[in-house]
Design a protein around this ligand. Structure first.
Ligand code: 5GP
Length: 237
């Protein structure tokens, strides 16, 4: 598969056009960033673990009826996807209080809310992805009402599929971020990857963090943690 022009030159992810204008190759690098790219490092083989986790999750979601942009894994670091016009809005699902929610509302990390919490963020590096609500999303024209409802339905489906799978491999799916987009034929799909870069995974037995928080908070063993998520997920595949 030919990687033609680069269409998104990110740090952790690069997206290339292919000979088929409706398909792209998503390439995962070993680079990691945090705090709006202020903190950077290279973690050996991170790209392999993230692409592997993302591909396994996308297949599980598709098998569970969630439409995604994913087509297939084409190499350890590359996946072939449908090209999507991405909505500039992040949807965050929180099964356990952590990260910015704990900070913003002064709630202790680890608290389990009565039901999952859904946050919307407006995607903007300059503004550090500020939180918005449904009214902002509609009023700013990021989505229409039908798509917003479908996005919530699909997001709940993603959580309902993934939470028990991770529990089965000894991991709590604490929270995750996903994005949506439209394919060339207009279909709304999840056009994002779920990896230890974009989700929080805690080991059920030890409470150890198995995600990007290890890098954010200088806890070390980042690559080992990512490999643990990859190996455990692979064990049920
Ligand atoms: P928080 O709001 O606590 O910082 O993040 C909640 C969850 O969403 C975490 O799993 C975090 O990794 C993910 N997340 C939120 N925003 C972003 C983002 O802009 N990029 C990435 N990679 N993950 C994000």
């Amino acid at each position: 598969m030919d990687k033609r022009v680069i269409i998104h030159d990110g740090v952790s992810i690069k997206i290339y056009g292919t000979e088929n204008p409706e398909q792209v190759i998503i390439h995962f690098t070993d680079e990691i960033t945090a705090y709006n790219k202020i903190k950077k490092a290279v973690i050996t083989d991170k790209g392999i673990y993230c692409n592997g986790v993302s591909c396994m999750i996308s297949r599980l979601l598709q098998d569970g009826g969630v439409p995604t942009h994913f087509i297939r894994q084409i190499s350890p670091r590359d996946q072939l996807c449908w090209r999507a016009s991405v909505i500039p809005m992040e949807v965050i699902v929180r099964n356990v209080v952590a990260g910015s929610l704990a900070q913003r509302l002064g709630i202790p990390e680890g608290l389990i809310p009565k039901e999952p919490i859904y946050d919307l963020c407006y995607k903007s590096d300059d503004l550090c992805d500020p939180i918005i609500n449904d009214y902002h999303a509609l009023a700013l024209g990021l989505v229409n009402r039908t798509d917003l409802e479908t996005i919530y339905t699909m997001t709940k489906q993603v959580n309902a599929i993934l939470f028990p799978i991770f529990r089965k491999v000894g991991i709590t799916l604490v929270d995750f971020k996903i994005e949506f987009g439209h394919l060339a034929d207009g279909r709304l799909v999840m056009s994002d990857d779920i990896t230890p870069d974009t989700a929080r995974f805690w080991d059920i037995e030890t409470g150890n963090k198995l995600d990007k928080d290890r890098f954010r908070h200088d806890r070390g063993h980042v690559g080992e943690a990512y490999k643990t998520v990859y190996d455990r997920l692979k064990s049920v595949f």
